[in-house]
Design a protein around this ligand. Structure first.
Ligand code: HEM
Length: 519
């Protein structure tokens, strides 16, 4: 390896004896094309950037480990899941975590008001498990087909390249399901003090499956041992004036001084099935599962104890996806989860390249044997170890050569599915105002004040008819919420209240049950 060399070389291993001057004909003369050393250096530099992530471009990462407690709610974890990472004790599963903001570009300030991404890669003995979530436990929308529109509205204006409040609220006004997330986001919870003092959550609903093939619906959450701390807009502005990378700095500094951040990993569980008796749809990611009905049950802990040795190789090239599950953890029919699962690996094949899973940061851990018949493609630099019989890169083989299928699991989980193919209103129960109102009422006074000031400030920059509709929505979440925002933004509340229902949307408080096709 070239790593132990003490002098500079080219990538071809040739010593670089002068790194200060190009080769030229004479002191002032033209440069020549045969100057390999110069060309290698400059042309590699020309290619140093890969596309930044289309969302969550600004981030920081850290390595660590996960340890399972082996129990869930006082019972053996194996009762709920056959995933060894959750039911075996005494195993330190290596992990990599990437925290991020959503809408900002790669070098944007970490003080921005934005959900924080909380993406976790467990390198388990049974293969990788990625949990790609956020700090607010819910999301703006519940049908994946809306994601590009949402992100377009939240990212900069295509004409001016400026983020505009009116574009954000214009989208939200047409999506009452976003009001719950927006209520969190515009409060101090929209600016966590740093990455260590924030919660995390898988947001979407998954399933835990045990060895008998019995499934439970599950939500995953990270509870920080450091506690939760958020910032007001003013506090964030003061930090941003001095440091646009304060959260990365905070994370790295804590690890360096041995103050390793730690989170407890918890689940909320409910039996698999339609759960019709609930006042919300457990597959609707714009709703929280109330913790008094579905308590957080600890299953293990994660500790981050090592900063990356190179930002680009480990953080920028890391690739997380919701499709990356281990046996014993399964998909639910949450439509966002299903849509996301296509999107992540698709963008990574473009962003990093088709062999992105060969990179050390993304490959399974060394103790987990992996072997595919995938070959070639840009930047392939090894053939899987399991392909010892290098002639047979196909399966099955009559001669019994090459790789064989893995043994079957004892009881596969088979979800019954029946229905009419069509486009549906996404949930069977959609009171999109109730949880937003509850959230408003449970905030502390200073959080409510910051929330009101932030939304009122935004609405002053919005066209009058849009501001009226936003106040109408907020008033239906909670009358005090709507009134205070109207007062703060100088909006006539009575005029807002008199607006007709939004065409095509359920009335506030209305629960829709049964199929609602749109075509
Ligand atoms: C990143 C798509 C919803 C959390 C990304 C990326 C894409 C994407 C394309 C860039 C990935 C990369 O370049 O490696 C989508 C789509 C969604 C969706 C299509 C909805 C249908 C969500 C939701 C959450 C979320 C609901 C939170 C629970 C994240 C996080 C990252 C990310 C944390 C950054 C991962 C990292 O650190 O590399 N998303 N997303 N996304 N998304 Fe989503």
């Amino acid at each position: 390896m070239a790593d132990d060399r003490t002098f500079l070389t080219t990538r071809q291993g040739h010593p670089v004896r002068d790194n200060q001057s190009m080769r030229t004909v004479g002191e002032r003369g033209p440069a020549t094309l045969e100057n390999y050393q110069f060309i290698e250096k400059i042309t590699h530099f020309d290619r140093e950037r890969i596309p930044e992530r289309v969302v969550h471009a600004r981030g920081a990462g850290a390595h660590g480990f996960f340890e399972a407690y082996g129990t869930i709610g006082g019972e053996p974890a194996a009762k709920y899941t056959r995933a060894r990472v959750l039911n075996e004790t005494g195993v330190k599963t290596p992990m990599f975590v990437r925290f991020s903001t959503v809408a900002g570009a790669k070098e944007s300030p970490e003080t921005e008001r934005d959900p924080r991404g909380f993406a976790v890669k467990f390198k388990t003995l049974e293969g990788n498990w990625d949990l790609v979530g956020n700090n607010l436990k819910i999301f703006f929308i519940r049908d994946a087909i809306k994601f590009p529109d949402m992100i377009h509205a939240f990212k900069p204006d295509p004409v001016t390249n400026r983020q505009e409040a009116w574009r954000f609220w214009d989208f939200v006004a047409m999506h009452p399901e976003a009001l719950h997330m927006v209520t969190w986001l515009k409060s101090p919870w929209g600016i966590p003090a740093n990455y260590r003092e924030m919660e995390g959550s898988g947001v979407n609903t998954y399933k835990l499956v045990n060895k008998d093939g019995v499934a439970h619906l599950v939500k995953f959450h990270w509870v920080p041992k450091q506690g939760v701390r958020n910032l007001t807009t003013q506090q964030a502005q003061e930090i941003q004036g001095k440091d646009v990378g304060h959260a990365t700095r905070d994370l790295y500094d804590a690890i360096e001084r041995g103050d390793f951040p730690e989170w407890e990993f918890c689940v909320q569980l409910m039996p698999d099935g339609p759960n019709d008796h609930l006042s919300f749809d457990p597959l609707d990611d714009t709703k929280r599962w109330p913790e008094d009905q579905f308590p957080l049950l600890p299953v293990g802990r994660m500790v981050l104890d090592r900063a990356p040795s190179n930002f680009f190789a480990e953080v920028e090239q890391s690739a997380f996806g919701t499709g990356v599950l281990v046996d014993g953890i399964d998909f639910s029919d949450d439509k966002m989860l299903q849509g996301r699962t296509l999107s992540y690996s698709d963008t990574q094949r473009y962003r990093v390249g088709p062999n992105y899973l060969q990179l050390p940061i993304n490959a399974p851990q060394a103790q987990c044997p992996f072997a595919t018949n995938q070959r070639d493609g840009q930047m392939a630099f090894y053939v899987d170890k399991g392909g010892a019989d290098a002639h047979v890169n196909y399966e099955p083989s009559y001669l019994g050569r090459g790789l064989n299928e893995a043994p079957k699991v004892e009881k596969e989980y088979h979800q019954p599915v029946e229905g009419h193919l069509g486009r549906y209103q996404p949930t069977r129960v959609s009171d999109d105002y109730a949880q937003a109102g509850e959230r408003y009422r449970t905030f502390e006074d200073w959080e409510r004040e910051d929330l009101i000031a932030n939304i009122s400030g935004d609405l002053k920059a919005c066209p009058a008819e849009l501001a009226l509709r936003v106040v109408w929505h907020l008033w239906h979440c909670d009358q005090d919420y709507g009134r205070r925002v109207a007062d703060g933004a100088g909006i006539d509340l009575e005029k807002a209240k008199a607006l007709p229902l939004l065409p095509g949307k359920p009335a506030p408080g209305e629960n829709r049950k049964g199929p609602t096709y749109t075509d």
